[in-house]
Design a protein around this ligand. Structure first.
Ligand SMILES: Cc1cc2nc3c(=O)[nH]c(=O)nc-3n(C[C@H](O)[C@H](O)[C@H](O)COP(=O)(O)OP(=O)(O)OC[C@H]3O[C@@H](n4cnc5c(N)ncnc54)[C@H](O)[C@@H]3O)c2cc1C
Length: 420
C-alpha cells in the first residue's frame, strides 16, 4: 500500500511532529484540530503541548508507574493539595485505569519499562536536531546547568536511586551532587531553604507555546494544510482504499491514511480500530511569574513535584497530577497548592501577580508506555499516550511513525504496539 496523503488528527507536539516527518518522506499532510494552533492559556486548556514545562530531559524521561507511587499512599492521593490527586470516583474507566496502573507499579515492570525508555532516550534529542536542520525556526536550548533542588541532603536519595536504576537498565545519566553553597551560586533565585542539589548534564528545554507554533509554521511552509475548528467525531475505513475523517459539523477529509494524535482523548476515536489500552488524563497545572531576575535554566523540585522553566520572558511553574476528566474545569485549589509548596523555595517572586493559569491533560497509559503504530485498519495509525514525556518524545515519535508508515519499521516500535 502506498501512502501519499495523510490526515493527522491533533495539532499537539505529537501530531505536528508526525506531520513534519511524513512530509520529510514525501507524504502530503492535512492536520486537523478542534482548537486553535497558537491559543492563549484559556483557549489552550486541555492541550498538554501548550502549558507543559518544556523539558527535553532524557535523564528524567522515565516511566510513570513505579513502586514508590504506591508507597505514597491512598490517603495522600485523596487530598486536594497533594501533588498526585485522585478524586473519589465511581467512573468505571478511571477505576479500571487505576487498578491497571497499580498492577504496573512493581520493580519488575519498572525495570522492563526503563530498558525501553533507555533505547528511546538515547535518540530523542536527535529528532529535535532533525527539526532544526529541516528549518523549524524556534530552537531548543541547552539546560546548563539543569538543577534539582532539595531542602535536605537526604531528600535527594530517591532521585539518585532512580539514576542508579537508569544506569542499570542501559540508560545514560551524567550528574554531580552539589552542596548548598554551589547550588545557590548556580541559581541565585533559590531561597535559603534549599540546602542541597544535583546538577544534571546533557539536558535541554523549549518554550512550549512558541515551539509548537513554530513547528506548525514549518508544516505549513512545506505545503501542509492545518485546519482548526475541526472536531473529529468519526473516522471511517469503508474498505475502498481511502479513509474518511469526519468532523462534528459534517466536514469530511478523505485520505490514504489517518494518524490519531488526539492526546488524552485518544480512546474516543481509536477504540473502533481495536485500541483497548486506556489513555487517562493525568491533569497538570501551570502558571507564569516574572521574578526579579529571570533564571536562564530550569529548576526541578523533585520532592514537591514542581518543574520550573524559563520561557523567553517569564518563568513557568508547573506541577500536579490529577486523574480526572480532561474537560473538567481548572481547580484553583491545585494552583494554590503549587504556590504554597514552591513559595518557600524561591526568592523574589511576586506570586500574587502570576498569570496564564492553565490546566492540561497528560495522556497517561497504565503501563507507562506510549501507543505508536498501526491498528486493526491498515489505514488508521495511532500516536499518543506519552504521559509525562510527550514533549521530549514527540519528535522521535513522529520520526518513528512516519518511518513505519512508509516502509521502515524500527524494532523499538514493538514495545509501543497500540493493539497490545
Ligand atoms: C503540567 C505539565 C508539565 C509537563 N511537562 C513536560 C515536560 O517538561 N516534558 C515533556 O516531555 N512532557 C511534559 N508534559 C507532558 C506533555 O505535555 C504531553 O505528554 C504532550 O504534550 C502530549 O502531546 P500530544 O500531542 O499527544 O497531546 P496534546 O498536546 O494534548 O494534543 C492533542 C491535540 O488533539 C486535539 N484533539 C483532541 N480531540 C480531538 C478531536 N476529536 N478532533 C480534533 N482534534 C482533537 C486537541 O485539541 C489537541 O490540540 C507535561 C504535561 C503537563 C500537563
Amino acid at each position: 500500500m502506498t501512502i501519499r496523503r495523510v490526515a493527522v488528527a491533533g495539532a499537539g507536539i505529537v501530531g505536528l511532529s508526525t506531520a513534519w516527518f511524513l512530509q520529510d518522506r514525501g507524504v502530503a499532510v492535512t492536520v486537523v484540530d478542534r482548537a486553535a494552533v497558537a491559543p492563549d492559556a484559556t483557549e489552550a486548556s486541555e492541550r498538554a503541548s501548550w502549558g507543559n514545562a518544556g523539558w527535553l530531559a532524557p535523564a528524567l524521561t522515565l516511566p510513570l508507574p513505579e513502586p514508590s507511587i504506591l508507597k505514597y499512599g491512598l490517603r495522600a492521593m485523596l487530598t486536594p493539595s497533594s501533588p498526585v490527586y485522585v478524586p473519589p470516583t465511581l467512573d468505571p474507566k478511571l477505576i479500571r485505569f487505576l487498578a491497571d496502573f497499580a498492577r504496573h507499579c512493581t520493580t519488575r515492570h519498572q525495570m522492563a519499562a526503563l530498558e525501553v525508555f533507555a533505547q528511546v532516550n538515547r535518540v530523542a534529542l536527535g529528532a529535535y536536531d532533525d527539526l532544526a536542520d529541516g528549518g523549524v525556526a524556534e530552537q531548543t536550548r541547552d539546560a546548563d546547568p539543569f538543577l534539582a533542588a532539595f531542602t535536605a541532603e537526604t531528600d535527594r536519595d530517591h532521585l539518585l536511586e532512580e539514576f542508579d536504576h537508569v544506569r542499570a537498565t542501559g540508560g545514560e545519566v551524567d550528574y554531580e551532587v552539589l552542596d548548598a553553597e554551589t547550588v545557590h551560586s548556580l541559581e541565585p533565585l533559590l531561597s535559603d531553604k534549599v540546602r542541597a542539589g544535583v546538577r544534571i548534564r546533557g539536558q535541554r528545554f523549549i518554550d512550549p507555546p512558541r515551539f509548537v507554533a513554530s513547528l506548525a509554521d514549518a508544516v505549513r511552509a512545506r505545503g501542509g494544510e492545518i485546519i482548526t475548528g475541526f472536531d473529529v467525531s468519526e473516522v471511517r475505513d469503508p474498505g475502498n482504499g481511502m479513509v474518511d475523517v469526519i468532523s462534528a459539523d459534517g466536514s469530511d477529509v478523505s485520505v490514504d491514511a489517518v494518524v490519531l494524535a488526539t492526546g488524552a482523548r485518544l480512546n474516543a476515536l481509536a477504540h473502533d480500530f481495536g485500541v483497548r489500552t486506556l489513555v487517562q488524563a493525568g491533569r497538570g497545572y501551570s502558571f507564569s511569574v516574572v521574578p526579579g531576575e529571570l533564571p536562564k535554566n530550569p529548576v526541578y523540585f523533585p520532592v514537591q513535584r514542581v518543574a520550573c522553566t524559563p520561557l523567553h520572558d517569564r518563568f513557568r511553574i508547573a506541577g500536579m497530577m490529577e486523574f480526572r476528566r480532561p474537560d473538567a474545569p481548572l481547580d484553583p485549589r491545585r494552583v494554590r497548592a503549587i504556590v504554597d509548596t514552591t513559595r518557600p523555595l524561591l526568592r523574589d517572586v511576586d506570586w500574587a501577580g502570576r498569570s496564564e493559569e492553565w490546566v492540561g491533560s497528560r495522556p497517561c497509559t497504565a503501563d507507562g508506555l506510549p501507543l505508536i503504530g498501526g491498528t486493526r485498519s491498515p489505514r488508521v495509525f495511532v500516536a499518543g499516550g506519552h504521559g509525562m514525556w510527550g514533549v521530549a518524545l514527540g519528535p522521535l515519535t513522529g520520526r518513528l511513525l512516519a518511518g513505519a508508515m512508509t516502509g521502515h519499521t524500527d524494532p523499538v516500535l514493538r514495545h509501543f504496539d497500540p493493539l497490545r
